[in-house]
Design a protein around this ligand. Structure first.
Ligand SMILES: Cc1ncc(COP(=O)(O)O)c(C=O)c1O
Length: 377
């Protein structure tokens, strides 16, 4: 069938009709174990009943409103995010996608500092468009080579508005975690030069790495935290949360920025329910255990397939398995998908960011099939 959707990314010919928990169902009745939680969004499982209940209620109350009003949900979500980030007297703004939020955070940093340049680690992905765009012709973007402490010295931090830190890059190099000394040095250099530190927690946030936020593994304090993806569990909401100093600077010298879906009550109600559910159900602690279980199983597989598996990487439920060149990863990718497993594949590497509620039984099922298929490759 000829699709009426522009083919802007690679996709299969399958049509989805239902998503529930850790599973996706296509129009031919086939069931898939989703090891990517959508696009790493549905941390609490697809169509989570608590989130669905809030959406249904809020649809009948207020989805959206204009600039003449504020609403309680956005106020409360800002407070809750500040609490789990560790900010006091800060403030937030809510948008729809991670890309929008990253671009707004950068816009704010540029206005406050009156500087233009943006620094990021070379393998970080910031956004689909704009200042954070990864296009090489973005002259205002400075890349620090991943884990290369020496390259920090060559950068002129005092002309940089912001250092955008992603503490677990899942997109460009398929799950890499910058080391602590490198990140500390970057953060300290940025602080010394009054460069604003923006933690990009679009992917690493909301429990994905075994803490609320990825930066919390590094003993550092960002000035702004950008959230998205898991904040809405599949519903499109993102946020920029700033510390008290930045909030005060904006209150003193207001910046005008307005989008149609800014601070919409429905999205904020969803974000609040996500935080509440994670806490009530002790999801982060449980996901650490299940993440360790998954990682250990993959490590065991590597030990028994040293000639085929090059590396296993992981933190919490942000995992990857890289194969040696002699393994036909494209074929493995195709066969696993045919066997009902959905995951990321690039650079001869399988990427796994399942829902945080994945069970040992589902992990075992995947490991068994991967073990089996590896024998034939
Ligand atoms: C670290 C990071 N930042 C920003 C984004 C952009 O978010 P979105 O795709 O919601 O625009 C992504 C998306 O994958 C991401 O991984």
């Amino acid at each position: 069938m000829k699709s009426a959707i522009l083919p802007l990314y690679e996709s299969s010919e399958k049509y989805l009709v239902k998503s529930k928990g850790c599973y996706l169902y296509d129009s031919e009745g086939k069931k898939y174990l989703d090891l990517e939680a959508g696009v790493w969004c549905a941390n609490l499982g697809h169509s989570n009943p608590k989130i669905t209940k809030v959406i249904k209620k809020e649809i009948n109350t207020s989805i959206h409103h204009g600039y003449r009003f504020s609403n309680n949900y956005s106020e409360k979500l800002s407070s809750e995010l500040q609490r789990i980030i560790g900010f006091k007297n800060g403030a937030s703004v809510f948008l729809s996608s991670g890309s929008e939020a990253i671009n707004l955070a950068i816009t704010i940093a540029r206005k406050i500092t009156n500087r233009k340049k943006i620094i990021k680690i070379s393998n970080s992905y910031l956004s689909a468009f704009g200042f954070g765009g990864i296009s090489p012709d973005n002259n205002d973007l400075i890349n620090v080579m991943y884990n290369d402490e020496k390259s920090i010295e060559a950068i002129n931090f005092n002309e940089a508005a912001a250092f955008v830190l992603e503490t677990g890059g899942a997109s460009l190099e398929m799950v890499k975690f910058p080391n602590k000394i490198f990140v500390k040095k970057l953060v300290n250099t940025a602080k010394k030069n009054k460069t604003i530190i923006i933690a990009d927690e679009v992917t690493t946030g909301m429990g994905r790495t075994g803490k609320w936020f990825g930066f919390q593994h590094y003993d550092i304090k960002p000035n702004m935290v950008v959230t998205g993806k898991g904040l809405g569990n599949g519903y499109p909401i993102s946020g920029v949360t700033v510390d008290s100093k930045i909030a005060a600077a904006i209150r003193k010298n207001p910046i005008r920025y307005a989008q149609s879906h800014q601070n919409d009550p429905l999205g904020c109600a969803v974000g609040l329910e996500v935080i509440k559910t994670i806490e009530e159900e002790n999801i982060i602690n449980k996901s650490i255990l299940i993440g360790n279980y998954f990682y250990d199983k993959l490590k065991f597989l590597k030990e028994n397939n040293k000639d085929k598996i090059k590396e296993v990487r992981g933190r919490g439920l942000l995992l990857a398995v890289e194969f040696h060149k002699n393994v036909d990863g494209n074929l493995l990718n195709k066969m696993l998908f045919e066997n009902g497993f959905v995951f990321g594949f690039k650079l001869n590497t399988i990427r796994l960011l399942p829902t945080l509620i994945i069970t040992k039984k589902d992990i075992d099922k995947f490991i068994a099939k991967l073990t089996d298929l590896l024998k034939s490759l």
